[in-house]
Design a protein around this ligand. Sequence first.
Ligand code: NDP
Length: 451
Amino acid sequence: MNEQARKYVEDFMNRLIARNPGEQEFHQAVREVAESLAPHIVTSPVLQQMKVLDRIAEPERVVIFRVPWLNDRGEIEINRGYRVQMNSAIGPYKGGIRFHPSVNLSILKFLAFEQTFKNALTTLPMGGAKGGSDFNPKGKSDNEVMKFCQSFMTELQRHIGQDTDVPAGDIGVGGREIGYLYGQYKRLRDEFTGTLTGKGRDWGGSPLRPEATGYGACYFAEEMLAARGEKFAGKRVCISGSGNVAQYACEKATQLGARVVTLSDSSGFIHDPEGIDTAKLAYVMELKNIFRGRIREYADRYPSATYYPNARPWSIPCDIALPCATQNELNGAEAQALVDNGCRCIVEGANMPSTPDAIRVFRQHRLLFAPGKAANAGGVATSGLEMCQNSMRLQWTPEEVDQRLHAIMRNIHAVCVHYGTRADGSVDYVAGANIAGFMKVANAMLAQGCV
Ligand code: NDP
């Protein structure tokens, strides 16, 4: 980056931090994008005059609301609900809902900001948004989760709609929660429309939506490896998380001939050197999705595995790492350990799982590194396909959806290569994804004037 671009980033970030004090995750996400874009923005008077990046970093609307509900003991509990509607330049707002005690405005703004670029990369007409609550579904009964979801939707329904804003799942919001949220939406609005995605297959959901994020991340990895003349088959893979994204990343990696050796949750990780095959993964899915158990139970069931409490899986030797749990779950020291142990490819299934220090290490060593906004875009892309099927009142076959998902991931890889190829021929996927996503949104914003 030249001096002019560096100064642009520092001035821009100083303004952003002053306007959004204390929002560290938001600052981190915006800085990464600003650093990629600065060399282009400083050579474009129109992007500067029209303050396109300043406007992209300012949410179009933020709604914050009280969510009161009754627990099973008949006591009142109060949580805080949010919806950040970041950008609608290329389509209705679109982005998931997260239920986790760590949820705050900074985290949702970073996620909504990232979502804007990710959605643009899918080529589908979707703007960026994110929402959620500090509600913790862990340890709650189904009845409590339902009451919370109904109260949350009672307010949220005023702000969403199939042509306005279409939420989906994220951490803590899976099929069960989408069902309760959609039920309440339909009851209050008296309409059966595609206002939420991630619905059940029998009531408007798309085939393959649950699988799409994990599968898409593996398709992206396949493309990166193929560009270097390599394949997934025979590789050892470390995955973090054991939720939706991790489960289906594990399934697809195994189908492609790799051996997945780790999974984790927020309490620790398991290492199974023999590999987490189809039967073992079926056990994990039942354990996590039905019994809502902990990953440590895997090691009780399978003696080939060891459980490491309060630890993350990045010390385990592997060829490919797929962080699929949460933001900032892979730091600089862990990135170095991955490199030292022979890892050559990191594909982010989660949003912003690698810290800036970790990304520096990956870049220094010219590793294949795919940022979440490109690699995990398969989830929202398939949500876009769900919207499409809902509008047509049709349902495609799983094969048809898989084909489209695969084509979208190939296309995202191609645009990243187009915008991110360095002088030495290697690809900076971070810059590629940021520039490609930005160009599409920026062009729409320029066409639509000062709004
Ligand atoms: P789930 O709730 O299904 O699973 C989340 C997993 O991450 C769980 O194993 C959870 O463990 C673990 N986890 C959560 N917080 C932490 C933490 N602080 N430290 C360590 N582990 C943690 O969520 P998803 O699989 O849907 O989402 C995972 C990531 O992928 C998120 O970053 C999400 O934004 C991103 N993503 C998801 C998409 C989707 O389609 N679902 C689409 C694109 C991105 P525990 O059970 O202990 O909480």
